[in-house]
Design a protein around this ligand. Structure first.
Ligand code: PNS
Length: 180
């Protein structure tokens, strides 16, 4: 049981009842993701951050292990959050961890268009429901793709990512930064 403050200042009791899976590529995790994880902890209690990868054809900037390590370091101190890599489908990962729901953050209407189709598809396959949470507006423009594109060319994105991710990007792209 936890006490939650409402926006009008009232306090109410909320019992966390659910385990949720937050699936994604997390290549890399950014502050918008951290916000969605924190919202999911507040709403549901137990959160599994599922790093979805194709183990047969690994692609992306960080390896699956690095993504998991960076997400773990970035989410450290949250006792009900775990991070795990999964191959295969998000619905299979949800079943593996016994998730009651999947949670997805929505930044824009464009996200909704894609996500609602995936949500319906996933529900039709295993019955698992997806709950959408709105991202905080200050992170509404942040995406892992843009983080990769900018960091690769040596510009700092440290205001958009957790410290462990900023350090990993700085290490990796120090040369590009020096070249300007
Ligand atoms: O961080 P991303 O890239 O927006 O995450 C997208 C992801 C990994 C959540 C989505 O592509 C996904 O669920 N992939 C796993 C494969 C899958 O379940 N496909 C069927 C979707 S209906």
């Amino acid at each position: 049981m936890r006490i939650v403050a409402c926006s009008d200042g009232e306090l109410y009791r909320w019992r966390s009842m659910a385990t949720v899976l937050i699936p994604g590529s997390f290549d890399p995790l950014h502050l918008g993701h951290v916000d969605v994880v924190d919202q999911a902890v507040e709403l549901f209690g137990e959160v599994v951050v599922g790093v979805l990868v194709n183990f047969d054809k690994p692609s992306g900037m960080f390896t699956p292990d690095q993504r998991v390590q960076l997400a773990e370091a970035s989410l450290a101190g949250r006792s009900t959050v775990t991070v795990k890599a999964f191959g295969g489908l998000a619905v299979q990962a949800a079943a593996d961890v016994g998730a009651d729901f999947m949670v997805k953050g929505l930044r824009t209407a464009a996200d909704y268009d894609i996500e609602q189709q995936m949500a319906h598809m996933n529900r039709s396959v295993t019955g698992v429901r997806t709950v959408f949470v709105p991202c905080r507006p200050e992170f509404g423009f942040v995406s892992s793709r843009f983080i990769r594109e900018i960091a690769t060319r040596g510009e700092s994105v440290e205001h958009l990512v957790p410290a462990p991710v900023a350090a990993a990007l700085a290490d990796r792209f120090a040369d590009a930064h020096e070249r300007g």
